[in-house]
Structure formats: structure tokens, C-alpha cells
Design a protein around this ligand. Sequence first.
Ligand code: ADP
Ligand code: MG
Length: 312
Amino acid sequence: MTQKKKIVVALGGNAILSNDASAQAQQEALEMTSKHLVKLISPEVQLIISHGNGPQVGNLLLQQQASDSEKNPAMPLDTCVAMTQGSIGFWLQNALERELKNANLEKEVATIVTQVIVDKEDEAFKNPSKPIGPFLTHEQAQVLEKETGAVYKEDAGRGWRKVVPSPKPIAIQEQYSINTLINNDIITICAGGGGIPIERQSSRGVEAVIDKDFASEKLAEMIDADLFIILTGVDQIALNFGKENEKWLDKMTVSEAEQYMEEGHFAPGSMLPKVEAAVQYVKARPECKAVITSLEMLGNINKESVGTEIVY
Ligand code: ADP
Ligand code: MG
């Protein structure tokens, strides 16, 4: 058997949801996304897809809270992440299968409920920073803080929100299952929403969220991906983003990227984790490249240089 090319694609938020959160609108968005993804697929390519879930898990937490009762209690965060991995995975499987059929490609698609191991000694647990769930008044937040021990912080003048830690992923629990699917030529959707964080020490789910760009990087390293693509809302990365002297980049080396990060060119929480993830991947696999670009550019990626390439 000749070695196939393994490509990990991390889908950004806009691949699934723009402003209409209905199931139908999200399925339509994923249908568009699938049309682009199918352009990457050939008998020589093994495709592995990860995705974000920020808005979906946020909405699900709101729904859970709105109908919380003794008989029908709200589900915790780890369970909600699992639920969104399942629902988004279903939508994407279904949309991809239809597009594959249209393109006369015979491939199966499967989703893995993915647990990602984190360390409870991770510094992030000392400083919860990721806001989740509804906006509350200060009084509501204080009551809940006493009742549950969760941490609440003021979020940019909009109200108080629960914050959870965002630890770094250490490893992916379902490594063997994921590799088995890939090796059987099944298009594999996994590590959705950064994966469900489980504590290394207890192997149990923990109230935290993992950045999907970091989890996708772990995935790419774990399966020895030949190409790591992060799809987001922009075609390329810019220096001085949004300023008059904005400069779009075709390519950057690891050392250039590290210099730009130090100079503060990439916004924390949006572009910075992507560049960090790309750099980490290329350091682990110096012969490979990472690409940060938009969905629309994906079709040309095997033919020409698109987006911003990160190389060793
Ligand atoms: P995703 O859902 O794909 O993770 P994010 O909104 O978290 O998307 O991050 C991508 C966004 O980061 C881009 O759409 C852009 O608005 C913003 N961004 C911040 N800094 C830069 C930069 N230097 N170059 C390009 N985009 C940047
Ligand atoms: Mg993001």
C-alpha cells in the first residue's frame, strides 16, 4: 500500500454558524463547507476534520439552564461538549456524505466522541479565564459562586459570566480508534470543540474548555499528519491587522512567527492560538507545513500556495 497523504483540517466557527442558530441554517452552512472540503478529497488523501463549538455549546448551556428542574436537570459542561460533538458531527457527516456521492467518491464518514487529557496541575486551573454560559447580574453571580464554588467574572461591561479554565491538551484518549478509522480510509471527524477535557489523574470529565486550535494540533501530531490546515474567517494572516500599514503574509517561518507573536501582531483568543498551534505542529514535523486560510481558498491548496503558510 502506498503511503497516503494525511490532512487535518480544523474548521473555524464561521464554517458552521454565522447568525442563524437554527439546525437548518447550521446544516446549510455545513453543506457549503462540505462542498469545499470535498475538493481536497482524492483516493490518495486521508482527511481528518476537527471543528469549533463555541456558539453551539453556549446556546446549549442556555437551553439547559432555561429548563433546569429537579426532574429534568441541566447537564454539566463536559456533557454539553459531548452533545455538540455529536450533533455537529452528525450534520457534517450527513452533508459530506451527500457531497461525496455527488462527486462520485466512495468514502464513509464517522465521528468520534473525543476526550482530551488535561493535567489538573495545569496553571490554567489557578486562573479560570474562558467565559461560558449566560450573562448575569453581579448579585446572581455572587449567589451562584457561593452555591457552586464556580468562578464568575465581569465580561467587558456586558455582565457577569461563569469562567472556566482553558488548560493545554496533553493527549487524545481515543488515539487508537482514530488511527484505526483513518487507516481504513474513513473520513474522521474528531476533537470537536477542542475535545471533552478529562483529568489525567482521575480520567473523569472536568469543568474546562480546551482551545480547538491546540487540540487540533495535538491531533495532527498524534496521527503524523502531512499537512495541518486551520480554516478561519480570513484568507491570510496580517501584520498590523486592521491598521493602515496592514501587511498580508504568504508565508512565515517559525522564527518569524515567534518574532511577530512577541511584537503582538496576533489577537489573543482569536489569531494567536492558531499561530501558536501552527508553530507547534511545524516544530514537531519540520518537513511539513501548516496553512492558515479561509474555506474559500481550500480548493486550490494542492495546486498552489494559498493562505499563509507556516514552515520550519
Ligand atoms: P475561529 O472561529 O476560526 O477560531 P476567530 O474569530 O477565533 O475564528 O479567529 C480568527 C479571526 O482573528 C479572524 O477572522 C480575524 O478577525 C482575527 N485576527 C486577529 N488578528 C489577526 C491577524 N493578525 N491577521 C488576521 N486575522 C486576525
Ligand atoms: Mg477561535
